[in-house]
Design a protein around this ligand. Structure first.
Ligand code: KG4
Ligand code: ZN
Length: 351
């Protein structure tokens, strides 16, 4: 449900406690006015899941249960605040793993019930976008992104092009038809024998490789704004099998660099084309894959308009982005009841 934007000058000062537990990071943060990070803590489960080569849902929810209370407590302490000093509690409602989402939701509900604070359920994809508004406390305020914005969300579970016409107003233009960009990085890393999570491993391997060594396919899907990465993944698999059959050593660095270049080419090319077609003033790139150095460099080099990409620590899952989006929903009047349930498949087009 779209809400009217709030003028920056008339904003009340509001501090939001954010809680995130949609996948394999347990996180809590306190953010002021949707922009200033007073604290942001992330307890990553990456080491725990690395042995499985991906996120193991049951292990994830059990670990969230262990980590969540201390992390909420510490985020308040780090901000030198008590629960009484915050104005609302924002929590990820979806999309995400059902067993992980309910841990954060139940803790947020308990805190809201005990304190009487308003409770807000936040869409994780919307929150990734709001990471572009965040900055650390004590810095000179950066200019805010201006609308209309063409946003690319690229994470482990989603690849989506979104036209953001105002605060809280989205039009989904297209999404992946198969694998998400991050998922493709993770799967190809596994093929190449690289560690989970695949994105950072491929990036590291690619730095020593030649991106023109293999000409992997680019799925442009000319008739729309969707993406497809499964053909690219299959092309890498075919190349790997061919070399293994011939008992050749895998040129992992060249394969990683050529794969990464193909992903970056399509993501940047499509986003720039959409930005032009929809007359976007600025581009926003968010989600775990936006941490990728080659992607960041390609956007900055090729875009003809300002490009907002959050600092690396805010690209991957965190709770500051939940509190950031929570602020804009809070001032727009959203309030959720204790009966709010998790929405594991909640598209941005249905907020
Ligand atoms: O946004 P995120 O932390 O979680 C989801 O909401 O899914 O994204 C995680 C994804 C993983 O697939 C991971 O491999 C990818 O982001 N990722 C990267 C990089 N860092 C994380 N992909 C490419 N390059 C990176 N440097
Ligand atoms: Zn995410």
């Amino acid at each position: 449900m779209a809400q009217p934007a709030t003028e920056p000058v008339s904003r009340p000062t509001a501090r939001i406690l954010g809680i995130e537990s949609s996948c394999d990071e347990t996180a809590a943060a306190v953010v002021e006015d949707g922009r200033v990070i007073l604290s942001s803590l992330v307890a990553s489960q990456v080491d725990l899941h690395a042995q499985f080569g991906g996120v193991y849902p049951e292990v994830a929810s059990r670990q969230h249960i262990r980590a969540i209370h201390p992390i909420v407590e510490q985020s308040l302490q780090l901000a030198h605040l008590d629960l009484r000093d915050v104005d609302a509690i924002a929590v990820t409602r979806g999309p995400g793993l059902p067993g992980s989402l309910v841990v954060g939701l139940n803790v947020a509900k308990g805190l809201a019930l005990g304190s009487g604070l308003p409770l807000l359920g936040i869409n994780h994809l919307e929150a990734h976008l709001y990471s572009a508004w965040l900055q650390d406390a004590g810095l000179t305020p950066l200019p805010e992104p201006s609308f209309p914005l063409l946003a690319l969300i690229v994470s482990g579970g989603h690849s989506e092009l979104v036209l953001m016409t105002n605060h809280l107003e989205y039009r989904s233009l297209g999404a992946t038809l198969d694998d998400a960009a991050g998922e493709a990085f993770d799967k190809v890393a596994r093929l190449l024998g690289l560690a989970y999570p695949g994105g950072p491993s491929i990036q590291r391997a690619a730095e020593g490789g030649d991106s023109r060594a293999f000409s992997f396919p680019r799925a442009w899907l000319e008739d729309g704004w969707n993406f497809s990465f499964s053909g690219l993944k299959t092309a890498v698999l075919r190349e790997v099998r061919r070399m293994q059959e011939r008992k050749q050593d895998l040129p992992v660095e060249n394969l990683a660099a050529s794969f990464q270049a193909a992903v970056v080419d399509v993501l940047v090319g499509k986003t720039l084309k959409a930005a032009e077609q929809f007359k976007a003033k600025e581009i926003l790139v968010a989600g775990g894959v936006s941490a990728n150095r080659a992607l960041r460099q390609a956007f900055q080099a090729r875009a003809g308009c300002p490009v907002h990409i959050p600092p690396i620590s805010l690209c991957t899952d965190n709770a500051a982005m939940i509190a950031g989006a929570g602020y804009y929903r809070f001032v727009a009047g959203q309030r959720d009841g204790l009966e709010m349930d998790a929405l594991p498949n909640w598209p941005i087009s249905e907020i």
